[in-house]
Write a protein that binds this ligand. Structure first.
Ligand code: AMP
Length: 513
């Protein structure tokens, strides 16, 4: 049997292929709503798949996409699956130095980028050995669709086995620079099927899709959920709190990172009446504050279901959907998903008792096979008995509910986006006059965590925080740029000479409160 994930998704398309699959919330050029039927999804992904096939790429070729969110970008993902290649989504906010790293590491055969970036992006891609660079713009213009327009709209789905690679998601794992987490067709499909059953996806559901599609949450959890149920999506290219609330009356499911919930709580239009047709609000990708959980209950009449997962493992735990399966408990991420094993171990590798804090380790059909071209790093991240070390610290209570209490990995999650301190410190240390730097995350009501940098100047030099911030803004994606910079005489260090970030976090913890 063909284990290609696309075959399963296509098999779930409704009998009526002319029904609406995706409605764009952002109006088209003439102000009318843009509607895509299931037939459109099938035909357009077939044309794009045929375009890829016409390029005569080597098996296993990576297709990198650094585009703004659009339905066509989703179709490109589906086309890569159905043609049997490997999809590599990249945050459109990345600038040249960031993109170059991913291109050199993943060596994609094809890059699809925004037309406005074609000059610099194609130059660095061609220099790194990429053979084709196409453009795809928010307004559906660009060479990708122009070339696909001449292709046949029928396509036979490529045969793939369960372990064949479907996608590579770049993530920093527990430390250091970004690594490509390799996800197979079976990883993605097993997780999508588990969530479909657990969250009660139905063909008459309507999902408000307002998340980016370069990340596990929007690309896999949200899109696969709706596609595998044959359910309609209302598609927001960008999240806009008031506009999203305005569409709740036509929808049943919403997925967001905590920041999106905080933004919506700021809107007077958020009322139980506005949410009356909704059946499920899901939060993940970063810790949901108990205050947000409680405020949302009061303001919307719904209890948010919080789940936990990561790029390397897809989803791992979820609070219950059905009342008979238990309560949704704020501050927890719920029990392990069916078929997924999650455990908490102490530093000596012993199982923690209920309530005891330790390292979270996982195993299951959803867990990735390893980091792209990094066998040693992959080996380090698995225990001797084959469990993946998540780098998250937490506990499991007597009822089997997990709670994440911290991270042993050096990671900041700001507005749902991951920021790796080591990467930002690398950029800061290159700036004129900077001797050394420490980047930390501090609590922020809107973003969850805000990026803050503490710097030491080179002897005899002075540093201007605002000027450094504007320089960084030209070098790295905006969400990674520190919101505030402090200049100090020296960084606090422990006896081993390691910077004590805990002390810095305590010192600056109240900055945004
Ligand atoms: P990513 O690979 O970008 O999805 O990031 C995964 C990391 O996000 C996890 O290892 C956690 O540190 C964090 N994370 C995801 N979901 C939650 C959650 N519900 N609560 C706390 N942290 C979370």
């Amino acid at each position: 049997m063909n284990a290609n994930l696309f075959a399963a998704l296509q098999g779930a398309f409704p009998a009526d292929l002319d029904a609406t699959a995706i409605e764009c919330a952002d109006a088209g050029a003439q102000g009318q709503a843009l509607i895509y039927s299931w037939r459109d999804l099938d035909r357009s992904s077939a044309m794009l798949a045929n375009l890829l096939l016409s390029l005569d790429l080597a098996p296993g070729s990576r297709i990198a996409a650094q585009t703004d969110k659009s339905v066509e970008a989703l179709m490109l993902y589906l086309a890569v699956l159905r043609a049997g290649y490997v999809y590599l989504p990249l945050n459109p906010a990345y600038q040249a130095a960031e993109l170059e790293y991913f291109i050199r590491d993943a060596e994609p055969a094809v890059l699809v980028c925004a037309g406005s970036n074609f000059g610099w992006a194609s130059k660095l891609a061609f220099l790194a050995g990429t053979t084709y660079v196409f453009t795809l713009n928010e307004d559906r213009s660009g060479s990708l669709l122009e070339r696909a327009a001449c292709m046949s709209d029928t396509h036979r789905i490529a045969e793939r086995s369960a372990d064949d690679l479907a996608a590579i998601l770049y993530t920093s794992g527990t430390t250091g620079r970004s690594k490509g987490a390799m996800l197979s067709h079976a990883n993605l499909l097993s997780n999508a099927r588990t969530l479909k059953d657990l969250w009660g996806w139905r063909a008459d559901d309507v999902l408000i899709h307002a998340l980016p599609i370069f990340h596990v949450h929007g690309l896999f959890v949200a899109s696969h959920g709706a596609l595998l149920a044959g359910a309609k999506m209302i598609w927001f290219a960008k999240f806009e709190a008031r506009a999203v609330i305005g569409r709740f009356a036509e929808a049943t499911v919403f997925m967001g990172v905590p920041t999106l919930y905080v933004r919506m709580l700021g809107e007077p239009a958020l009322t139980p009446a506005a949410c009356a047709s909704m059946r499920l609000f899901i939060s993940g990708s970063a810790p949901l504050l108990l205050d947000t959980f409680v405020d949302w209950q009061r303001r919307s009449g719904h209890t948010i279901l919080e789940r936990y997962g990561m790029s390397e493992t897809l989803m791992l735990t979820s609070n219950p959907y059905r009342v008979l399966d238990g309560d949704r408990v704020g501050g927890t991420v719920g029990p392990a998903l069916p078929g997924v094993a999650v455990r908490v171990h102490d530093e000596a590798g012993r199982a923690c008792a209920p309530g005891e804090i330790g390292a979270i380790e996982v195993r299951g059909p959803n867990v990735f096979s390893g980091y792209w071209r990094m066998p040693e790093k992959t080996q380090e991240e698995f225990t001797a008995d084959g469990w993946f070390k998540t780098g998250d610290v937490g506990l499991c209570d007597a009822n089997g509910y997990f709670a994440i209490v911290g991270r042993s990995k050096d990671l900041i999650i700001s507005g749902g986006f991951n920021v790796y301190p080591a990467e930002i410190e690398g950029f800061l240390n290159e700036l004129d006059g900077v001797a050394e730097s420490a980047v930390i995350g501090v609590p922020h009501a809107d973003f969850g965590e805000a990026v803050v940098a503490v710097l030491v100047a080179k002897p005899g030099q002075s540093l201007d925080g605002a000027a450094l911030i504007s320089t960084l803004k030209r070098q790295i994606a905006g969400f990674k740029v520190p919101k505030q910079v402090f200049v100090v005489n020296e960084l606090p260090r422990n006896a081993m000479g390691k910077v004590q970030k805990k002390l810095l976090r305590e010192q600056h913890g109240g900055l945004f409160s």
